[in-house]
Write a protein that binds this ligand. Structure first.
Ligand code: SAH
Ligand code: SF4
Ligand code: F3S
Length: 448
């Protein structure tokens, strides 16, 4: 069969914000090279599966997703590229499990996607690029000039992770930490603001270890973006508790543009398990930092990640986790059953918490988290909040939708004249499902 010319593409994304952002960068690159997004996956000339390997489940899902297109690949010449963390980790080994792939593209290869595609198009598959970043292989791709961001846009400020938590695959698939120079970040924020963006979401596996080549730290970067005054709001994710410095808490308290939300992974409330996880803090230190945040940053939302069933976790250890969770009263949380990841330190420990026990602990934890989440939503009701309007509310054409500074979605009835991109003052009245509803206050618009 003659080669089908690649004109349209479809990207399926698994995993965290880093992967979402990489998919966005791939979309920009492909469009700037003249390709078009396809109406549906089956119609696309090229499908890219951007994979996640943080637990066994998303890894299996990504591989079975890539395998769904075997008929289109054989009969219509569709090309399938596996990108992201599974690709980075497995390289060409993955072809033994998944021989139906035309390209394997690692996490630092996004910048070279056009070259990889040219080779795939020429039938040179399977083409493999899993080279890690180094000085001769920069990993940060500036947005293309034609990129149209939304009201809120992500900006990668650092990549990689040096922490090697014992359970985690991320340091193996995203490589060592590297920070984007402050001047490049400021230029990117300026470009996004110019194109209509009002809020930047700074991304990194551990933003607190941001270290500009000139020595600037994360709190100083926040100050620099604030002084630039290009956007209304600054958010960031994720923060590692061990590196949460008083200067960051201070920046959150004092810089008006920096929103009151922090994602701080607790992982466990047991000191013994935290040591085995190589997290670098104990439960007391976590509590102290979280409570200082609550005190110094009024209205702060603290969200977290927690793992149950880590090797050797006892009922007592699990009770310790429940206790810390209750004391902090997390506003929202993601919780997971431990999943051994080949090559990590924890994978050498026996995975000895039985599956039914993991499931029971997860259900108990999720009940508690869900109650705390409901309380947190209820506390926002009956008050007035500033909302950055992002879009029309789904299924309610009269209403607009945006987020509070503490990152909660609010749908509301607007005053006439209020539009997407405005800051609106909204009296929050009630919770419907997990969404807050309110009414805009009859006050002058804050700004457009
Ligand atoms: N850098 C982020 C975490 C990225 S991974 C941070 O440190 O906050 C996202 C979450 O996946 C982790 O916080 C952890 O809770 C979970 N996770 C990572 N590896 C896991 C594993 N092997 N099993 C279960 N959950 C895991
Ligand atoms: Fe994984 Fe730990 Fe790095 Fe987060 S800080 S990405 S949990 S190794
Ligand atoms: Fe998954 Fe890779 Fe993110 S493993 S959680 S997509 S960094």
């Amino acid at each position: 069969m003659s080669q089908r010319k690649i004109k349209t593409f479809f990207i399926r994304t698994f995993g965290c914000q880093m992967n979402e952002h990489d998919s966005q960068r791939m979309r920009n690159l492909l469009v700037s090279h003249g390709l078009r997004p396809a109406e549906s996956d089956r119609e696309a000339d090229l499908v890219i599966v951007n994979s996640c390997s943080v637990r066994a489940k998303p890894e299996h899902k990504a591989l079975s997703e890539a395998g769904r297109y075997q008929r289109e690949r054989q009969n219509q010449g569709m090309k399938v590229v596996l990108a992201g963390c599974v690709a980075q980790q497995s390289g060409k080994q993955i072809l033994r499990k998944a021989p139906y792939i035309d390209g394997i593209m690692g996490t630092d290869a996004v910048v070279r996607l056009p070259q990889l595609l040219a080779q795939v198009q020429a039938g040179k598959g399977p083409v493999i690029d899993v080279r890690e970043h180094d000085e001769s292989n920069p990993c940060f791709v500036p947005p293309t000039p034609t990129y149209k961001p939304g009201i809120s846009a992500q900006v990668t400020i650092m990549k990689g992770c040096n922490n090697f938590c014992s359970y985690c695959i991320v340091p193996y698939v995203r490589g060592r930490e590297a920070s984007k120079p402050c001047a490049d970040i400021l230029a990117e924020v300026e470009q996004l603001a110019h194109a209509g963006c009002r809020e930047v979401f700074l991304l990194g596996q551990n933003v607190n270890s941001y270290h500009d080549p000139s020595g600037m730290n994360f709190a100083q970067l926040l100050q620099a973006i604030d002084q630039q005054a290009a956007v209304d709001r600054i958010r960031f994710i994720s923060s590692h508790p061990k590196d949460l410095s008083p200067s960051l808490t201070d920046a959150m308290a004092k810089i008006d543009r920096v929103c009151e939300h922090i994602h701080l992974g607790l992982q466990s409330g047991s000191d013994r398990i935290l040591r085995l996880m190589n997290r670098g803090y104990d439960a007391g230190q976590f509590l102290e930092k979280a409570l200082a945040l609550r005190e110094q940053v009024p209205g702060v939302s603290i969200t977290t990640d927690i793992i149950v069933g880590f090797p050797s976790e006892t009922d007592r250890d699990f009770q310790d986790t429940l206790e810390v969770v209750s004391k902090i009263g997390f506003d929202q949380a993601f919780s997971f059953k431990y999943s051994p990841r080949p090559g990590t330190a924890a994978a050498r420990m026996p995975d000895d918490v039985a599956e039914p026990c993991k499931a029971e602990r997860l259900a108990t934890l999720q009940d508690l988290l869900s109650k705390l989440g409901d309380d947190s939503l209820a506390r926002l009701c009956g008050r007035s909040h500033t909302i950055l309007v992002e879009k029309q509310a789904a299924r309610s054409p009269e209403a607009l939708s945006g987020r509070t500074r503490c990152n909660r979605v609010v749908n509301f009835e607007p005053q006439s004249g209020t539009q997407v991109g405005f800051l609106a003052q909204v009296a929050i009245a009630e919770v419907r499902g997990h969404t807050l509803w309110g009414k805009e206050e009859p006050e002058p618009l804050l700004r457009s």
